[in-house]
Design a protein around this ligand. Structure first.
Ligand SMILES: [Fe+2]
Length: 291
């Protein structure tokens, strides 16, 4: 892994192109590292350490896993933590570590092309995928899932909307006032995602999340109208996580809802959403009901 910086005199210069979380070039190879850019880089996993042979002086070094996806994971997770006011630091860190490992270990796998494509398709799809994975892992960690089970769940949650890569951007960017035909196409993303991944020998736990995350307990969801325990446990977790992130995030076509309103809606629609999982979500987020 090449270092990110070259030191010349007392100044640092980029040894390679460095991108921000939107994929915009932050610093071109050979350009000088200014104070403001250095602050931003530090948030993305570039930090300072003492120079080994010169105690008291410091140099900037790059964390080996720091690349575009890792930078987005860090920044997206912090935004999610603030937005949901997540107070359970331990479980939040567990979820981040597991998701970081999933992304890192995917680099040499056939599905890496999908992770990259998610990152580049429509602005919020990748951040939404990260958020759903983090919330899902947090819920499951509280339920006592093993590390291996959390990895399967997190991977499926990260890829849950992969089928949207096959839906035209014009439909995804609007997502409201759609014609029946457009809505039908949007809703096909579960099956499109499943067929995209089926040749990759992924576990059933992952594929079921992709296929079932829009089902509802009363059979009113899609694509198959599954009911109750016809929906797998991992898909139920991703279902709740999906509603939380989707509704608490701003979109070009609507405003975000406060977390207490979203939880209240989930609590109200008992026939659709697994209440035991909503209760666990409230616990891991540290949500408190207004008195
Ligand atoms: Fe979806």
């Amino acid at each position: 892994m090449a270092e990110y910086f070259i030191k010349k005199g007392s100044e640092y210069f980029a040894a390679r192109d460095i991108f921000d979380n939107k994929g915009v070039l932050l610093l071109g190879k050979g350009q000088k590292v200014t104070a403001s850019i250095e602050n931003r880089l530090r948030r993305f996993g570039v930090y300072e350490q003492e120079v080994p042979d010169n105690p008291g002086s410091r140099q900037s070094v790059a964390i080996p896993s720091c690349d575009r996806q890792s930078a987005m994971l860090y920044e997206t997770a912090e935004e999610l933590k603030n937005r949901l006011n997540i107070r359970n630091e331990r479980i939040f860190r567990v979820a981040n570590d597991i998701l970081g490992n999933i992304i890192f270990s995917s680099r040499e796998k056939p599905w890496w092309i999908y992770v990259n494509a998610l990152c580049n398709y429509v602005g919020w799809i990748y951040t939404h995928s990260i958020n759903v994975a983090i919330i899902s892992i947090m819920i499951a960690a509280e339920m006592g899932y093993s590390e291996e089970e959390l990895s399967y769940l997190g991977f499926g949650a990260l890829l849950h909307d992969i089928g949207k890569l096959l839906v035209p951007k014009s439909i995804i960017l609007r997502s409201e006032n759609l014609t029946d035909a457009e809505m039908s196409l949007l809703r096909q993303h579960c099956e499109l995602g499943l067929s995209s991944l089926e040749s990759m020998s992924l576990s059933r736990e992952c594929l079921d999340i992709v296929a079932q995350h829009h089902e509802k307990l009363d059979g009113s969801g899609y694509p198959k109208g599954l009911k109750g325990d016809e929906i797998c446990q991992n898909a139920k977790i991703a279902m709740v996580a999906n509603v939380i992130d989707e509704n608490s995030s701003s979109r070009p076509y609507r405003q975000a809802l406060p977390i207490d309103v979203i939880v209240w809606n989930l609590r109200t629609e008992k026939e659709k959403y697994p209440q035991e999982l909503v209760a666990i979500l409230e616990k891991v987020v540290g949500f408190r009901h207004a008195s």
